[in-house]
Structures are given as structure tokens and as C-alpha cells.
Design a protein around this ligand. Structure first.
Ligand SMILES: Nc1ncnc2c1ncn2[C@@H]1O[C@H](COP(=O)(O)OP(=O)(O)OP(=O)(O)O)[C@@H](O)[C@H]1O
Length: 731
């Protein structure tokens, strides 16, 4: 049995302190020992520890050991000094010292607490505590309780008991030595623990620093967190708006998709309908195919028959190929024949030109036609308004025949002296006489051969002569706004030239054409195609070596289409109208000359031609006495008469083949020098007014014309020159 000496020591100490130096009475000690024996050693130890902890005492590890040791020593000393042996150690000194293993366990658990179970060292010899001692009475002979008066007995007992206590004390002293060595080990452990504590403090400091840093970092992180929360909030707002927008877009697209789906569903329905109809059609087609298969079989049998037929046809084809080869040979021969014929045609074209010219020459290089214009409403007086055309011109008689070339003027005169009526007849014959009813086309038919001569390369002059108002301009140009019926000789001639030139292209001929339009007024030349308003320009006539006549500074217009000719005539009309405002009735008092130059080139035969067609609207041929003009007008009339007379003289001299032809006597004849005479063709229209009042002028005009050396009228059978020529050639 082990006696808790610390409890005993504390109990002894507690009591010893107030009465230091005095030994505790034996009863009291015994009572203490009995109390100690009554409570179990563990609970006793625990209670002592709890009381020391409650008293605020530091645990064995933290309590300063020296003081505890000193207290223990002091206790022993006081006990020794008082004659008592120390019964127990102080609480702190008896407190169990943690072993190094415990220290480790403590360190690992992080708690610095004292284990309740003390580390005990096994005593080398058994130690009896006070209770044990009391209970080990058998060592002392058991006696009856000595009566109070047995002081000696009692003393003996006490001495015996003290002897035992001494024995016990010596064994306790050795135990104390052992405990002191343990104490020293414990102090070493305490130092270790102290170092451990300091290390822990350092660790705590480090941890505190780390904690501060962590707190600092935590603050930074919290700041960053708040910032990121702000940013996140903003981003969240943006994302929310984007999300809302995307949602609305998605909704719209869903709506669209729904619409599409609806449409597609409708399409699908339609497609299904179509599919159904297609299936029906397929069924029908299958029926048809089966029918066709049957037909195919029939066709195959037909095909066999046709193959046989094909063999026969191939044979026929071979024969035909032979025939084709023969025909190709014939075609080649035909081509060479055609080429020969074309060559002959070209030759014959040359011959035709020659013959045509011969005919023209036979008809006369100078021809005179007479044309009587119809009576115009303006010619009629009120009394004669109901009269017919023939009634209006009793003084002019035509032959019955439409193709006639005779005209007769009849003058009926009443003699005032004799009272008789005499009739004078003036018959005239011309190459052709055109009565009032003659159309422009009929007139042109007669001159078209001369136009052809111009294309063939001859100079041709067609004049219109007659008094003012007799129809010269109408004959040459037609009315102001001509149509197909009323168009005059100039547009018709140009039209024919373009047409014939086109036809001649197949014979290798190509033509270039250029036109000029001038006016001779008071022996001065005026350009009717000018585009400038400067009318004072002087024009000179120059004859070039190869028979070409050039008028200086005169506008020349290249003509590629008939439409251009119409434009040209319009421009001339406009310029004439401008001149008429400056000089009254100037158109009647001037000669207008339209010149068309035709240059032809044959690339096959290398032939060339250069013809000129002059269409001249002469000034009015009023007699001087009749005109009654004076002053400038008289000079005008004289100039006109002189130029007309010169023209007559030139034509007369040409007819007579005179050596001298007086071309230079007037501007007009000088201008036309290369177009009059030689191989040129000249046609003079004598235009006549049907009105009776113009009888004398008509007579003068007809007389002027008869003076011209035109050929005598042809016989009737000679009027178709080609027939006549062929007749004369082959009779
Ligand atoms: N064959 C015709 N058929 C119908 N009208 C005609 C014919 N000939 C002339 N005339 C008309 O007679 C009038 C006079 O004719 P035109 O002007 O041609 O005469 P002119 O001799 O040219 O006169 P001028 O010398 O003044 O120019 C015009 O109104 C014209 O339309």
C-alpha cells in the first residue's frame, strides 16, 4: 500500500505553518492518517491537483521549480528543526513530472496540461504510510487499550511507534533522494518544456505575424472582392441587357421560324398534294409504259422490217450520191458558166452604155421639151370660175395623142378696120410636149435616160426655161413640201441615181456623189448651201484641165443617201428665202443651178466614170417691154435676158458645131462650159403658162426654144429607142 506523502506533507505543512516549530499531536496525526487512508489515493491526488489549480498555482511545468524545491527543503528543515521528520513533500514538489513521452504528447496535442496520473517510480523498498502503519499493529504486540493512567505503557507504545516511524522515515528519506533525482530529471524536462514553450511563443509570434499578413491579404482580397463585385455587377448589367436583347432576338427569330414553319408546312402540304398527283401520274405512266412496252414490241418488229427497207434505201442512197457528184460537177460547170456570163454582163454593161449613149445621141444631144402647167385657181377670175381647163386656154391646142410632140398657139384677132375675125396659128414641134394633165412621173420618165447618161459618165444639163410663174421650179424641185407624186426632177433624179448605183454594185461599180447648189443673180454667184450668214463672199469659176469645173469657196456636200439630198434642197430653199427678204422676188430673177457630181469606179473591169448632172432653174424670161421695169429692176431684167440670150447662142453654136462657142458671154454659160457641148447631153424644158393673158410670153418662149438646134421629132416607131435600135441593128 502506497501512502500519498504529498497529502500528508501538505496536511502536515498546513498545520505546521501556523504553529511552526511545534510537533503535531499524535492523535491529530493519527486522524490525518486515517482520513488519508479513507480516501483512495487517485482521488486524493486529483483533489490535491484541483485545489492547487483552483488556488491559481501554476502547474508543475510552469511553477518555478527552485522555489518549490526550496519550499520542500524549508519544510524538511522546519520539520527537522521541530524534531519531526517530514511526513510528505509539498504539493508542487510531489506533483508528477511529465516524462519526455508526455511532453511529446503534450506538444503534439498543443495543450500544456498536467496529466492527472502521476508518473510513479517504483520504490526500491516498500513504504508504509501512516494508515498502513496503524494497521500494521501486528508488528507491535497487540495490547489492550491502556488506560489513561498507564502512561508508561502508553509511552512504550509511542516509542515503539516512533521507532517504526523512524524506520519509515529513513526509507522515506531514501525515497526522497530518489524523488530528488527524479525532480532533477523533471527540471531538465521542465527546461526542455520551457524551451518548447519559448519555441511555441516564437511560433505564436510568427503565426501572429502571418495572421497579420493574412489579415492584410484578407483586406486586400476583400477590397479586390468588392471591386470585382462592382465590375461583376456592371458586367452582369451588360450581360443582362445583352441577354434581354438576345432573348428578344431569339423570340423574333422563333416567331420567324414559326412563320417559316407555317410556310414550310403549307409547302409540305402542297408537296404532298403534288406527290399524290405525281403518284397518280406515275401510276398512269406505269400503265402507259406497259402499253408502250407492247407498242415497243410492235415497233421492234417494224424496226426489223425497216432495217430491211434501210438496206434497200442505202443502196438507193449510193446511187443518189453518184447523182449528187454528177450534179456537183454540173454546179461547178454552172459556176464557171455564171462567171463567164457575169463577165459577159459586164461587157454588155459597157456595150449598153455605149448603145445608150448612141441612142441619146440619135435622140439628140440637145433636146427640148415643152410643158404647159395646169390652170391654177389663182389664174381664174370670178366670171371664169366655172370654166373647164380647155375653156380656160382656147389659145393652146394639143395633138390628140398623149405622146404627141406638137403644140399650136392660136391667136384670134378682130379687125377693127374690116370687122373680120382672123385666126393666126403658130404650130411648134418639140421632142416632147407635156399638156397640163401630165404628171411629174411622166415627165421624169422622159428624162430618166439622161440621168442614166450622167451615171454612165456623161455631163448632162437639164434647164427649165419660161416666164415667171410658168412652172419651172415646180418641174425641177416640186412644191415646197413635196411627196412621192409631186416631187420634181431633182429629187427623182437623185433617187434614180442611188437606186441604179446600188444595182450596179453587183457589176463591180461603186459610186461617190457630191452636190452643190448655187444661184446666179445679177451675174454674181451665191452659195445656196452655205451655213454662214456672210453672203458677200465672192465665188469664182475655174475650169480644170480634165474637164472639171470648180467654183471657189462653194459648199460641197457628200451624198450617201437620198435623205441627204432632201436636206440639201431644204437648206437651199431656206437660203433663198433669206435672200428674198433682201431682194424682192429674187428667186424669179436668178438662175439656180443644182450640180450632182457622180464618180464611178469598177474594181473588176478597172473602168471609171465621172458624170455631172446639172439641173438649172432659169430666171423668168419676161420681155423687157412687158416687164415695165425701171431702175435696178430694169438692170436685173437686162442681165437675165442677156444671160438667157447667151445660153441660146451657146446652144445654137453647139448645134451648128461652130468653131467658137461664146461660153464667156455670161456667168451661166461659163459655169456650164464643160457640161455643154462635146459628148454632153442637154435638155431644155420650155415651161408655158396656160393663161391667155400670157399669150405673147408663151409665143416668145416657144420661139426661143425652136431656135435651139434640137433634133427633129422621131417617128412613132422610133419613140421606144431600144426597140428602134434593135430593129435597126437586126433588120
Ligand atoms: N404642173 C403643175 N401642176 C400643178 N401646179 C403647178 C404646175 N406647174 C406650176 N404649178 C404651180 O404654179 C405656180 C408657179 O409655179 P412655179 O413657181 O414653179 O413657177 P416659176 O416658173 O418657177 O416661177 P418663178 O420664175 O417665179 O420661179 C406654183 O404655185 C406652182 O405650184
Amino acid at each position: 500500500m502506497v501512502v500519498d506523502l504529498s497529502a500528508l506533507a501538505s496536511g502536515a505543512k498546513g498545520k505546521a505553518t501556523p504553529s511552526a516549530g511545534r510537533p503535531a499531536p499524535a492523535g491529530r496525526l493519527k486522524r490525518k492518517a486515517t482520513e488519508a487512508l479513507k480516501s483512495p489515493p487517485g482521488s486524493r491526488t486529483l483533489r490535491s491537483q484541483a485545489s492547487s489549480a483552483t488556488a491559481g498555482r501554476a502547474p508543475a511545468t510552469t511553477a518555478p521549480r527552485p522555489r518549490a524545491a526550496a519550499a520542500s527543503v524549508a519544510t524538511r528543515k522546519s520539520a527537522t528543526a521541530s524534531g519531526r521528520k517530514p511526513l510528505a513533500k509539498s504539493t508542487a514538489a510531489n506533483r508528477p513530472i511529465p516524462t519526455s513521452r508526455d511532453s511529446k504528447r503534450l506538444r503534439s496535442s498543443g495543450a500544456v496540461t498536467t496529466k492527472s496520473k502521476p508518473t510513479t517510480t517504483t520504490p526500491k523498498e516498500p513504504v508504509l504510510d501512516a494508515g498502513e502503519y496503524l494497521t500494521s499493529e501486528p508488528q507491535v504486540p497487540t495490547r489492550k487499550k491502556r488506560p489513561a493512567w498507564d502512561t508508561k505503557g502508553r509511552l512504550e507504545d509511542m516509542e515503539e511507534f516512533v521507532g517504526q516511524l523512524h524506520h519509515k522515515l529513513s526509507s522515506s528519506t531514501s525515497e526522497i533522494g530518489t524523488m530528488q533525482s527524479e525532480l532533477e530529471r523533471s527540471q531538465v524536462q521542465i527546461q526542455e518544456l520551457e524551451e518548447f514553450r519559448r519555441g511555441l511563443q516564437t511560433t505564436v509570434q510568427v503565426k501572429e505575424q502571418e495572421n497579420t499578413q493574412i489579415n492584410h491579404q484578407l483586406a486586400e482580397l476583400q477590397e479586390a472582392l468588392s471591386k470585382s463585385q462592382t465590375t461583376h455587377g456592371q458586367e452582369l448589367t451588360v450581360l443582362r441587357s445583352q441577354h434581354a436583347q438576345e432573348v428578344s432576338e431569339l423570340r423574333a427569330s422563333i416567331a420567324n421560324l414559326k412563320r417559316d414553319l407555317k410556310g414550310m408546312t403549307a409547302d409540305l402540304d402542297a408537296t404532298q398534294d403534288r406527290l399524290r398527283s405525281q403518284r397518280q401520274a406515275n401510276d398512269q405512266l406505269r400503265d402507259t409504259i406497259s402499253q408502250q412496252s407492247a407498242a415497243h414490241l410492235a415497233l421492234e418488229s417494224n424496226c426489223q422490217a425497216l432495217k430491211l427497207q434501210l438496206g434497200h434505201t442505202e443502196h438507193t442512197l449510193a446511187l443518189r450520191n453518184q447523182r449528187i457528184a454528177q450534179l456537183e460537177q454540173q454546179l461547178t460547170d454552172s459556176h464557171s458558166l455564171t462567171a463567164d456570163l457575169e463577165a459577159r454582163i459586164r461587157d454588155e454593161e459597157t456595150i449598153r452604155r455605149r448603145l445608150h449613149n448612141t441612142i441619146q445621141e440619135l435622140k439628140g444631144n440637145i433636146r427640148v421639151f415643152c410643158r404647159v402647167r395646169p390652170v391654177l385657181p389663182s389664174d381664174m377670175s370670178e366670171s371664169s370660175a366655172s370654166k373647164s381647163q380647155s375653156d380656160m386656154m382656147p389659145h393652146i391646142r394639143f395633138a390628140e395623142d398623149d405622146q404627141a410632140n406638137e403644140i399650136e398657139l392660136v391667136q384670134i384677132q378682130d379687125s377693127t378696120t374690116t370687122g373680120k375675125t382672123t385666126t393666126k396659128q403658130y404650130p411648134f414641134s418639140f421632142d416632147r410636149v407635156f399638156p397640163p394633165k401630165s404628171t411629174q412621173q411622166e415627165v421624169f420618165d422622159e428624162i430618166s435616160q439622161l440621168v442614166q447618161s450622167a451615171l454612165d459618165g456623161y455631163p448632162v444639163c437639164i434647164f427649165a426655161y419660161g416666164q415667171t410663174g410658168s412652172g419651172k421650179t415646180h418641174t425641177m424641185e416640186g412644191p415646197t413640201n413635196p411627196d412621192e407624186v409631186t416631187a420634181g426632177m431633182i429629187p427623182r433624179a437623185v433617187h434614180q441615181i442611188f437606186q441604179t448605183a446600188e444595182q450596179l454594185q453587183s457589176k463591180g461599180w461603186s459610186y461617190t456623189m457630191e452636190g452643190q447648189f448655187l444661184e446666179i443673180y445679177n451675174e454674181a454667184i451665191h452659195d445656196l448651201l452655205t451655213t454662214t450668214t456672210n453672203g458677200s463672199k465672192k465665188h469664182e469659176i475655174k475650169h480644170q484641165p480634165h474637164g472639171k469645173t470648180v467654183v471657189t469657196d462653194l459648199t460641197t456636200v457628200a451624198l450617201d443617201t437620198p435623205a441627204q439630198v432632201h436636206q440639201l434642197l431644204k437648206r437651199a430653199l431656206h437660203n433663198r428665202a433669206v435672200a428674198a427678204t433682201q431682194c424682192n422676188e429674187r428667186s424669179s430673177r436668178s438662175h439656180s443651178v443644182f450640180t450632182l457630181r457622180l464618180t464611178g469606179q469598177n474594181t473588176i473591169t478597172q473602168e471609171s466614170s465621172a458624170g455631172v448632172l446639172n439641173l438649172i432653174d432659169l430666171a423668168g424670161s419676161e420681155r423687157l417691154s412687158q416687164s415695165g421695169s425701171t431702175g435696178d429692176r430694169l438692170k436685173e431684167t437686162q442681165a437675165i435676158n442677156k444671160s438667157l440670150s447667151c445660153l441660146g447662142d451657146v446652144i445654137h453654136a453647139l448645134g451648128n458645131r461652130d468653131n467658137h462657142i461664146p461660153y464667156r458671154n455670161s456667168k451661166l454659160t461659163y459655169l456650164l462650159q464643160n457640161s455643154l457641148g462635146g459628148n454632153s447631153k442637154t435638155l431644155m424644158f420650155v415651161n408655158v403658162s396656160p393663161v391667155q393673158i400670157s399669150f405673147q410670153e408663151t409665143l416668145c418662149s416657144l420661139r426661143f426654144a425652136t431656135k435651139l438646134p434640137f433634133r427633129l421629132p422621131l417617128r412613132r416607131d422610133e419613140r421606144d429607142p431600144m426597140a428602134w435600135l434593135m430593129g435597126t441593128l437586126y433588120d
